[in-house]
Design a protein around this ligand. Sequence first.
Ligand code: FBP
Length: 551
Amino acid sequence: MSAKVSALQAARASYSPKLPHVLLAVDQTIELGAPTAPPTHAEDIAKRFPETFGQPVATVRAGDLAGRQARPLKVGVVLSGGQAPGGHNVIAGLFDALKAVHPDSQLFGFLKGPGGVIKGKYTELTAESILPFRNTGGFSMIMSGRDKIEKPDDLEACRKNFEAMGLDGLAVVGGDDSNTNAAVLAEYLKAKGCKTVVVGVPKTIDGDMKNEQIETSFGFDTACKVYSELIGNIARDATSAVKYWHFIRLMGRAASHVTLECALQTQPNLALISEQVEADGKTLSDVVDMIVEAVVARANAGRHYGILLLPEGIIEFMPDLKKLIRELQDILHSNEKYVNGLPNHGERVQYVMGQLPADSAKVYGGLPEGVQAVLLTCDSHGNIPLSQVETERLLMDLAGDKIRLLEEQRGAKYKFAPLGHFLGYEGRCAAPTNFDADYCYSLGYTAALFVRDGLTGYTVHVRNLMAPAAEWQPGGTPVTMMLNMEQRKGKPTPVIKKTLVDLAGKPLAQYLANAAEWSINDCFVQPGPIQYFGPSEVCDQPTETLRLEST
Ligand code: FBP
């Protein structure tokens, strides 16, 4: 029995992603530039990556088949971390390119993320099995996971699996952490004389895996458009009901790119940008004051409603909470079992407060129970699951308290009725926009060429994204060039640097130039749902972030 699909899904299945001219040529060559180095800690990183350090940036060029001895390739693919629209098209592009290299090439999908690579759990992906997933959202074709391939035993288990499978390459589709781990695996395999190369593909809806070489991570475009549609609808509800303040928290673990992009698309009354909050040294109480000021100003203008956007990671950027989180992570790092073994929340809080310095204990003690509990959990990357911290409710409560106080002091009525929303999982598995469908397909296609040419320790990229897809430029960045030393679990560790919102960048400047007007007036924009068919100005708009960063 075939699974039921929607009319849109059926129509979308026949969409052919647009490919750059370079990838449409009969063949491609990969041109290598000059040796590279990371901007800092080059010596330390060189010692940790003796086999792959300093590799050149690689650019894909159109070529011809003259002299190419094609052989079938065996390649694995793994989806790592949070879902992002377009992952299935990476796999489709990879598959089609491998078949173009040689019709007997094979692609294997490792199941449930990097854990599947370690355990050797995979399935062969065929034209028939991939077909229903082309241009669809989600990672359900082979699923994802957040395991890390980093312990010596795990690296060795992977090597054994690859040797047994005869794999020529592995494509790791993931964010900054996963691409870092891909480089560690590439280094390990090369040092062991294993032929399997490892190539990363930049994925994350958070938009923070970008740099001089990588213009954007895939999934950001679609996710922001889904959230912006919903924010626009909520804003229209706000101007219809004229009685609610909507506090909308948006996904994006650390950086505020998603919030900033959605603000540029929808023009809310207030968008909190974590990076700005940090630069201004604003504490939790200062942020609450900013909100109260906006609510009161609008109420004085007769508008007892509004739209506020906030990024899920904001609490890590307020100096008082940032310090608290760091101290909690240290406590958990050495005592996690003990803390989690305590019988109830009250005892855990009491224990932790006893370990914290007085100022942080006071901040922690003043947080709602739910927030306290989430702050006591860490994932395997050492991250607190911020998507579970209901920051919008925390801010609604604290702003409500301050507004009530002001009402008493001033004898005024501000009629503050807040409603909280969290937009996260709603956008991560949406059907990719034309942009993400095309971009991902090209990324997958490029990854196959890197495996064909035996290039390892690279993250592939596709550049010149503001131009029509035909003019896009595929290539790859050596991961060691993007590494940076950071403290992870108490140890200096090489990791790809997350790119936060640039305080001097054009997207933030654009928001700030309009913030005062958007705050007091109703300037909301309703972008509407993603369009897959129709005029290009409706279907192929890039994100404002990409547009502004490219000018
Ligand atoms: P990646 O960094 O792995 O792409 O994940 C991004 C993200 O969607 C964040 O925005 C969010 O904080 C997190 O995943 C949620 O994690 P989980 O999927 O484990 O709930």
